[in-house]
Write a new protein. Structure first.
Length: 264
């Protein structure tokens, strides 16, 4: 069977490392590659697929584009408004989202305390999925901190669709987050000393990036504060994809070890 991760840029992706390690540990003779597909190119790529393809992982800028190109959309992909996973099953193309449950699993692996409120730095598709994950973790209030309210409007609307009916606010990126958990989806280059200082009182920091590592925000976490890293998210969402693709339990430890080795 063939699988791949699609996006643009894509050369930096660790997904091939994780999935190949999973296949090797499970004794599966499967392939997994990285393919550059720019915005607007997903439809032609899907049209050109031949027999033997089973699953596709999607990264930016294809996650929202995918929803209009599939036969079925899972409830969580519809909730987020983006798909990071496509499964080909006997001619039927199904869209799913493992970023949402993967984020929940990543936080719970590091932190078992209450999450009553959350803050997300950024306003894109990852902000939407992690904002919804905060709601799954128990947050009744989620604040999206973005450079402009317009940029975060789509993500805010996605979080408002959560069944718990959370209070969703949009604030400036220059405002200090007041939350139990802060999730950063902004580039490392945007994490200046002022932003890091504004987050200093938040007890749990979830940095979705894994490269470069550590980011300025991740490097600032010490003492009793909890750090959830981008590799945590990547491994958990990839493990869920592995299970959707193969129908087998994911070898999580082998996938994590491969990711850590590649980053080292």
């Amino acid at each position: 069977m063939r699988c791949a991760v699609l996006g643009d840029p894509i050369a930096h992706s660790l997904s091939p490392v994780l999935h190949r390690a999973g296949y090797a540990a499970a004794g599966l003779d499967w392939e997994y590659d990285a393919v550059r597909v720019p915005a607007g190119g997903l439809g032609p790529f899907l049209d050109g697929l031949t027999t033997g393809w089973r699953g596709l992982s999607l990264t930016m800028p294809l996650k929202r584009e995918a929803l209009t190109l599939t036969d079925e959309v899972s409830g969580r992909a519809a909730l987020v408004g983006a798909a990071n996973t496509l499964v080909l099953d006997e001619g039927v193309l199904r869209a799913d989202n493992t970023d949402l449950p993967g984020a929940v699993a990543a936080v719970r692996e590091r932190y078992d305390g209450q999450v009553r409120s959350g803050a997300v730095l950024g306003g894109g598709a990852t902000a939407a999925s992690t904002g919804l994950a905060l709601c799954d973790l128990g947050a009744h209030r989620v604040t999206l901190h973005a450079r402009s309210p317009e940029r975060a409007a789509e993500a805010a609307e996605a979080v408002r669709r959560h069944p718990s009916s959370p209070d969703v606010l949009v604030a400036s990126l220059d405002e200090a987050p007041q939350a139990d958990v802060v999730v950063s989806t902004v580039p490392a280059s945007a994490q200046d000393a002022a932003l890091v200082a504004r987050c200093a009182e938040v007890p749990v920091v979830f940095e979705v990036l894994y490269d470069p590592w550590p980011t300025p925000l991740a490097a600032s976490v010490g003492g009793d504060r909890v750090l959830v890293g981008g590799l945590d998210l990547l491994v958990h969402q990839a493990a869920l994809q592995f299970e959707l693709f193969t129908g087998a339990e994911a070898p999580l430890a082998a996938m994590r070890d491969a990711g850590e080795a590649a980053l080292a």
